[in-house]
Write a protein that binds this ligand. Sequence first.
Ligand SMILES: [Zn+2]
Ligand SMILES: [Zn+2]
Length: 189
Amino acid sequence: MLPLTNKYCSGCRAPIRNKECLNCSECTNTYDLDCGNVSIKRFQLMTPTHKLGWKCDECRCKQPKSDNTNTPARAEGLSARAAPAPFAESGGSNVTQRTKQKSDSSKNAAFVTEDSLRLILSEMIKTEIQSAVQESVSQSIKNCITTEFERIKKDLAMIKELKESVEFFSSEYDRMGTQLKATEEHVKN
Ligand SMILES: [Zn+2]
Ligand SMILES: [Zn+2]
């Protein structure tokens, strides 16, 4: 079954000529892919059975739970969007229903906030403790290193002093040695 020519899209009223289109199995209206909300990719993947059972958005909204296997996410979104419509049309009761809806949503928001607030707080406390621990650890490590470094510096200074005095004594020893030798020579002669 090829798309019929001389047909018009029930959505945009544009003629459908040798164009991919779908016939709604419910209202028998013909839609081009744009108005039928079917991508060309999807259309190509659809089996003939799928195409025969296809329903336009409008018909799918009328019976939300019967057959939404085609595009579940879209059907859901549509029914969610379609829901507030009766409120707008219902004139006098409009206000009360709106306020009710509003308070409901704010209650809902408060519930979510309380829950997420607890999560955020515990997360914040965790982070705070972590950073505090980290800071104190790094501080004590820094202190430790500084102290250690100071000690090593002192040790080095001491070693240097010691070396200098050793050098002094050894040169003194050498000097004494030469002096002694000279004296010995002097005594022999
Ligand atoms: Zn169209
Ligand atoms: Zn339809």
